[in-house]
Design a protein around this ligand. Structure first.
Ligand code: ZN
Length: 159
């Protein structure tokens, strides 16, 4: 089966930039996602289309196809209690905050008692990225998954 709208895809990836490997799903578990739903980087989703299980491929994404350029002036003050992902915060840590457009990753710059300064650039903004992808499986999405708009199971959404 080929990756197309409404298929559920499980894959491993290794992500690198010009300086080397940034992260790899081989360190934890493969990614499971419903093709055609937002969530993954668009350039990666486009490259997935038409591949099938056991395919491996490499996709190069210039920053404008990945997480965009870094913006100057992206510092924001937020309440420490609105930072998600850890209990104690130190500069350089990546936190998740809730915005009107959904969840967003930010980098902690300074932490006070109740307020923190964060850089709202995505941690991968300003980087040209390379994904090495290994497709593990492709299947038709279930009706539940289509109704929920996400994949269920290992590495996907758990209820
Ligand atoms: Zn669900």
């Amino acid at each position: 089966m080929q990756i197309a709208k409404n298929t559920v895809v499980q894959f491993h990836y290794t992500l690198s930039d010009a300086t080397g490997v940034l992260e790899s799903s081989h360190d934890h578990q493969p990614v499971l996602y419903l093709h055609g739903q937002p969530g993954l980087v668009e350039g990666l989703v486009d490259a997935m289309e038409g591949h099938s299980a056991e395919d491996t491929f490499t996709v190069h994404l210039p920053m404008d196809k990945a997480y965009g350029a870094r913006e100057q002036d992206a510092l924001q003050k937020v309440q420490v209690k609105h930072l998600h992902g850890a209990k104690k915060w130190k500069p350089g840590m990546v936190a998740i905050i809730q915005t009107e457009e959904g969840q967003r990753q930010v980098t902690v710059v300074k932490v006070g008692l109740s307020q923190a300064t964060v850089d709202s650039n995505h941690p991968l903004a300003g980087k040209d990225l390379t994904f090495e992808v290994e497709i593990l499986s492709v299947r038709q999405a279930s009706e539940d998954e289509l109704a929920h708009g996400h994949a269920h199971g290992d590495g996907g959404h758990q209820h």
